[in-house]
Design a protein around this ligand. Structure first.
Ligand code: 5GP
Length: 301
């Protein structure tokens, strides 16, 4: 039989594809460990298409990428689920898929939107995910939604207008707002400035039947939930962890040390997404804004 030699170009292309795939798998593993995607989503992708990036991931790597699963725990889980460590996610049998799905649902419960939500919407998410840009898009395109204007002790950036983007106040005035109970929530953000949501304009807009949107940080979102349990909490996710890092670097507004600190915060923030009613992926600003607006239209149950 004549020996068939693979042309040089094909071999180079195949090698390139293999590298790309390995990179894509590594990126997906980061998404899993940073909780940018749920394990259930990755499993579903793998089961739907064994040739997908998710499908080609080894079960051992998949489990290790999950938060708080080490090697020992991983091996016990594989034994319990009766899955061989050499398997790839897309190559699991029907019974193995069912038992893995069941285990994931128990271990990583996906929260269901709660009943009785109000027209008070809170948009939060990790640093650099683009909350501000999505909120600005809504401000410009959806005047029917009242966007809360926060008070802050930080200095205005070029182009920022007092009363439009923020109420710029000094520490003494911020103290007074807190003392007089004028803030629905307040927090120190990024260890630096203080930010707070004035209560009166929100009450007024809600009583006029308007939808109100707060774009605030995680601590603020938790305080709003405590004060107004019927508020709808929306968590904005990046398309991937790598993309979040890119956005933070690309923004160029922070130095290396500050970026590292913010990425550490982002990891902690991502871990809190289970506390939220809805998750929206900010792949495209206009599309994410549309999803937020759609949620505001969903009838309160
Ligand atoms: P920036 O200074 O870049 O405009 O905002 C920094 C961070 O402060 C953002 O994460 C934003 O969500 C948060 N933030 C803005 N206003 C408020 C607020 O009223 N309360 C809280 N808790 N966070 C806020």
């Amino acid at each position: 039989m004549a020996e068939r030699t693979v042309p040089e170009v094909d071999r180079a292309a195949a090698a390139r594809r293999a590298v790309e795939r390995r990179q894509a798998r590594a990126s997906l593993k980061r998404d899993l460990s940073m909780r940018v995607v749920t394990p259930q989503t990755v499993a579903a992708q793998a089961f739907a298409d064994a040739d997908s990036v998710a499908g080609s991931m080894r079960i051992t790597d998949f489990l290790l990428a999950l938060p708080a699963i080490g090697v020992g725990k991983r091996d016990r889980i594989l034994l319990d689920l009766d899955i061989s460590p050499v398997k790839r996610l897309g190559g699991l049998g029907v019974r193995q898929r069912a038992s893995l799905t069941h285990w994931l649902d128990e271990r990583f419960p996906v929260s269901e939107p709660r009943a009785g939500r109000s027209r008070l919407l809170v948009l939060a998410g990790p640093t650099a995910v683009g909350k501000g840009t999505v909120a600005a898009h809504i401000r410009e395109n959806h005047p029917e939604i009242h966007l809360s204007v926060s008070a802050t002790t930080r200095a205005p950036r070029p182009g920022e207008i007092d009363g439009v983007h923020y109420f710029f106040v000094d520490d003494a005035e911020f103290d007074r707002l807190i003392a007089d109970g004028e803030l629905l929530e307040h927090a120190v953000v990024h260890n630096r400035s203080r930010y707070g949501t004035p209560r009166a304009p929100i009450d007024a807009a809600l009583s006029e039947g308007k939808t109100v949107l707060l774009e605030i940080d995680l601590q603020g979102a938790r305080q709003v939930r405590a004060a107004e349990p019927s508020a709808t909490l929306i968590f904005l996710l990046p398309p991937s962890w790598d993309e979040l890092v890119q956005r933070l670097v690309g923004r160029g507004t922070e130095n290396e040390e500050e970026r590292t600190r913010r990425l550490r915060t982002a990891k902690v923030e991502l871990a809190a997404q289970g506390e939220f009613d809805y998750r929206i992926v900010n792949e495209d600003v206009a599309a994410a804004a549309r999803e937020v607006v759609e949620l505001s239209k969903a009838p309160a149950r």
